[in-house]
Design a binder for this molecule. Structure first.
Ligand SMILES: Nc1ncnc2c1ncn2[C@@H]1O[C@H](COP(=O)(O)OP(=O)(O)OP(=O)(O)O)[C@@H](O)[C@H]1O
Length: 301
């Protein structure tokens, strides 16, 4: 089977604002693609283009082999979508929403709906106006997942959910992918996607600036190294070691951040001098991610 999502040269401008510029991307069956970028980077715009809710300025995007804009109706029957800004009908209950959308999408299994509601600890009998933000988000997730779609398009789906429910949602996403479904999961933080995504794409100012397998990012994970020597060491002691960040050599103290691939070289340099104390700790993946793709780097729009 081919790609579930194929974007080619996808561009969207709103007047003078180019929200998305020349996006080329493929998402495969069984893959969870984490779509990362700061607020305003163009994530929601991309997801709305994929759902055929807005029309590309240039370029195209196909979903399940169909054109996202022209074939939006048949695509919607096969895709579960959690929008960034959810609209529910205040007077309707969760079940009313389920019935309404199930009719549009050609039915759902009631047992599946109840199982999802139970997993998410959601009461579908209550009208939407009585629901907290988190519970409204759970309704959106039930609506997206209940028809067992081939693709899930999720716009920051765990916003407003407590950590335990976030875990449940991550479990649902992983189950979906294990069954061969594809997922496009947007977020502004790596932490939200790192447990589930196999690949991540980084969007900045409307441009996809990196696509990387999560395993490759882990291999680059930064380690914070701190060394206390018995005597002062030369200031340029670490100059021969590649890819270091935040190097400080101050008399007999040394600090740096090193990717895993440079650790051996750091150790060899350090061990040539008498060492009093040594510490090395792996940074959170989010910190590694920010070091490579964070706000420090700027992009001309
Ligand atoms: N309908 C619109 N009309 C005009 N400008 C828009 C419209 N929708 C989005 N934009 C602009 O396009 C850019 C990208 O917005 P988008 O909502 O896609 O970003 P995002 O990455 O989803 O951010 P957030 O996480 O804040 O939702 C922003 O500059 C935004 O102001």
């Amino acid at each position: 089977m081919g790609s579930v999502i194929t974007a080619e040269g996808l561009t969207k401008a709103f007047g003078a604002t180019v929200a998305l510029r020349d996006l080329t991307l493929e998402v495969q069956p069984g893959e969870v693609f984490g779509y990362l970028g700061p607020n305003g980077a163009g994530k929601t715009t991309t997801l709305r283009l994929i759902m055929g809710l807005i029309r590309p300025t240039t370029g195209s995007v196909s979903v399940l082999g169909m054109d996202a804009w022209r074939d939006a109706v048949p695509i919607h029957a096969r895709v579960g979508y959690v929008p960034g800004e959810l609209v529910l009908y205040d007077r309707l209950t969760g079940y009313d929403h389920v019935d309404y959308l199930a009719a549009l999408r050609g039915g759902t299994r009631p047992a599946r709906v109840d199982q999802l509601a139970e997993q998410l600890d959601l009461d579908l009998r209550r009208p939407a106006r009585e629901l907290s933000r988190g519970n409204r988000q759970k309704v959106a997730l039930v609506l997206a997942l209940m028809t067992e779609p081939e693709l899930l398009v999720l716009d920051e789906p765990t916003g407003g959910l407590d950590p335990m429910v976030q875990r449940t949602v991550q479990g649902l996403i992983l189950d979906h992918a294990a069954g061969g479904g594809a997922v496009l999961l947007s977020s502004h933080v790596l932490g939200e996607v790192q447990r589930v995504a196999s690949r991540i794409g980084v969007l900045r100012a409307g441009r996809l600036v990196a696509v990387e397998r999560l395993d490759d990012l882990r291999a680059k994970s930064l380690h914070h190294v701190e060394v206390q020597f018995a005597e002062a060491v030369p200031a340029g002691i670490l100059d021969p070691v590649p890819d270091l960040r935040d190097v400080t050599v101050d008399g007999s103290s040394l600090r740096c951040s090193a990717p895993q691939s440079s650790l051996d070289a750091v150790l060899k340099v350090v061990s040539a001098h008498p060492v009093v104390d040594f510490a090395c700790a792996e940074a959170e993946l989010e910190e590694t991610f920010l070091a490579y793709y964070g706000a420090g780097e700027t992009d001309a729009a």
